[in-house]
Ligand binder design. Sequence first.
Ligand code: COI
Length: 369
Amino acid sequence: MTSRNTVPSFEVETTSAPISDADRERALEQPGFGTQFTDHMITIDWSEEQGWHAARVQPFGPLPILPGASALQYGQQGFEGIKAYRHADGSVWTFRPERNAARLRATAERFYLIAPDDALFVESLRSLVAVDHEWVPQPDGEKSLYLRPFIIGTEQFLGVRPSKTVTFGLIAGPSGIYVGGLGNPVNVWLSEEHVRATIGGTGEAKCGGNYAAGLGAHAEAKTNGCQQTLFLDAETRTYVEEFTSMNVLFVTSDGHLVTPDLSGTILHGITRASLLQIAAEDLGMTVEERRVSVTEWRERVADGSFSEVFACGTAAVITPIGTLKARNFDIPPARHTGGEVTQALKERLTGIQYGHIEDTRGWMVKLRD
Ligand code: COI
């Protein structure tokens, strides 16, 4: 599908019924994750004839979508997660947005959809933050504005073929801790029955279906007192892939940071990639991207050579992993769970994001003065 990516100008319709200052302040005080939304949203339509057009900042509310739209009937959609951070001087920044834009385009390609180029993607973030900047929490190292860009096939047609019309949308809401937290390790359930992705499948794409496919196992996880599920490779059911919504990393007692390699089934986490770079360049760690089996996890926690296990993602940032529970065994938390390396990586990453640590790599992009 070809994209005509000239940045269309945004028509702005502000809401006549904004959430009250008191309710917004309450939401910012206890943002949780994903349940509260700002006053506005963005939609931009695409068609082969018109390219990107009808770019609108509008009041947050229902989307007009036909019941037979390909996104609803066949899951022809994709999404992203990215955050806006307030700095001490009041300015608002985001982190490596060109990475999210590129990943959304890769997802689009997998589903024969279309997604904005970097300029349009960033302009949409700027345009939403311009009207909803009061929703960006004060900097406290934990709170941010979570931005959720998405693309949906909107053509109504029940024969299975790609939609000829697409809508790019952007919604946002204040975000605090998604799951766990440094002093609160997350227990995870090992999914032995369900897999998340297979080679040649959609595991690398950021599409709703990957997350929906994990929900059966998630129910099992909850029944077993766990907040997240760990998925294994589909072929051998031996190697660790990723959690429901986070990548997994292991710290060794001799200074290595180990994580499953991007074998075609694992989401290319932007937090994951950034942490690997920070670990190697700033902390002098040796980074290993390779297969890690559950047996290796069990043995190396037992002998202490896996000293910390943690998960990362845009929403989750970094959270230590506690017990891995399976049907017939448990792997206890690593000896230094939530320890020195997990903390140092979180401090460096969030330090850059919130502007306390100099951004020497040009990762931060300003959205508003
Ligand atoms: C993110 O970390 O941004 C995600 O998309 C994970 C999740 C909340 C689905």
